[in-house]
Design a protein around this ligand. Structure first.
Ligand code: UFG
Length: 330
């Protein structure tokens, strides 16, 4: 019989792509989402159960009634800037919400979880590429909320035998190769969708934040990883836990970095015309350089990013933007 899994935040960007990969791998996917940031249209690979993370009793019932064997936990607020305006909202949602979920899992006897963490836990790293053992000194409340949940998972493992994998994503990007789901945040603050929307004339010119960083072209360098590669890592993490693998916290990145200007040039190539941009001062809190030491996820999970070339990331993101904008226009 196919295992039943609960995907919190399954109506969101990475959650919906992962739901698709889970369904393809033979899991029965149940999506738990309050639709505060996610989208009904992104729920295609299992039933939607509308609910809030803080509703522990409801979560317990959902898990028992659907004989859930593992949880993939994406539901979170993710906007770094917003987290510095209302940190209390971020800790309430991301930390208290996760505790509620873990309490429900314990009550329902569900002992496995794959957790969405972030490279934002590292802050400004001293050494590049960033190993999982690097110091964790988040620069913002969002990154710290994720780090707190990592610590809670650790102690749940020690004290209650919880099995978990925490996955620290670097820069998730790209869209589903079949165009069935894609990135749609509001407001959109991520570089690639901002560039693509500016190219469509759907927003003002895309700001380029800072050109005086200590990098070869003066703009920030990031490690962009295709969202379907991320999704596949979750399926592998689940298989690993099912085999009884021990708890781990892993980077998900490619080990290669691209600057903002390199992304702009590559995007113009994919789109076929110049993208309107405007040079602006540095955005507060942006580290100059974030690149993953990417080997450990390969060793532990047997995961390798195979879809994360810039061409594929930008090509799939562009197709999604074009199709999605057309749908939104009706
Ligand atoms: N950038 C621009 N213009 C924009 C948007 C971004 O120049 O309009 C720049 C940023 O300054 C940064 C780079 O593009 O240098 C990437 O920015 P994103 O906003 O796309 O992504 P971040 O690296 O800031 O953040 C991402 C995730 C976070 C996570 C972080 C960890 O969105 O959730 O990676 O590295 F915490």
């Amino acid at each position: 019989m196919s295992p039943n899994v609960l995907v919190t935040g399954g109506a969101g960007y990475i959650g919906s792509h992962t739901s698709k990969e889970l369904a393809r791998a033979g899991y029965n996917v149940f999506i738990y989402d309050n639709l505060s940031r996610g989208h009904r249209w992104a729920v295609r690979w299992g039933p939607l159960i509308e609910g809030d993370l803080h509703d522990t009793e409801r979560l317990r019932r959902v898990m028992e009634e659907n004989r859930i064997e593992a949880v993939l936990h994406f539901a979170a607020l993710i906007a770094v800037g917003e987290s510095m305006q209302t940190p209390e909202v971020y800790f309430h949602n991301n930390v208290v919400g996760s505790l509620s979920l873990l309490n429900a899992m314990r009550a329902a006897g569900v002992g496995k979880i794959v957790f969405s963490s972030t490279a934002g836990v590292y802050g400004i790293p001293e050494i590049i590429p960033i190993e999982e053992s690097s110091p964790t000194v988040p620069l913002n409340a969002y990154g710290d909320s994720k780090l707190m949940v990592e610590k809670i998972l650790h102690w749940e493992g020690v004290c209650h035998g919880l099995q978990y994998i925490a996955l620290r994503y670097f820069n998730a990007a790209g869209g589903d190769p079949d165009g069935e789901t894609g990135e749609d945040h509001y407001p959109e603050t991520h570089l690639i969708p901002c560039l693509l929307q500016a190219a469509q004339g759907a927003r003002d010119p895309c700001p380029i934040f800072g050109d005086d960083y200590p990098t070869p072209d003066g703009t920030c360098i990031r490690d962009y990883v295709h969202v379907t590669d991320l999704a596949e890592a979750h399926v592998k993490a689940l298989h690993y836990l099912e085999r009884g693998g021990s708890n781990a916290t892993l980077n998900l990145g490619t080990g290669h970095g691209y600057s903002v200007k390199e992304i702009l040039i590559a995007a113009e190539k994919v789109i076929g015309h110049p993208v309107p941009v405007v040079q602006q001062p540095r955005r507060p809190g942006d580290p100059p350089l974030l690149v993953a030491a990417a080997g450990r996820a390969g060793e532990v999970l047997g995961w390798k990013p195979t879809r994360s070339s810039l061409d594929n990331i930008l090509g799939t993101a562009w197709r999604w933007q074009e199709q999605h904008a057309a749908l939104a226009r009706g």
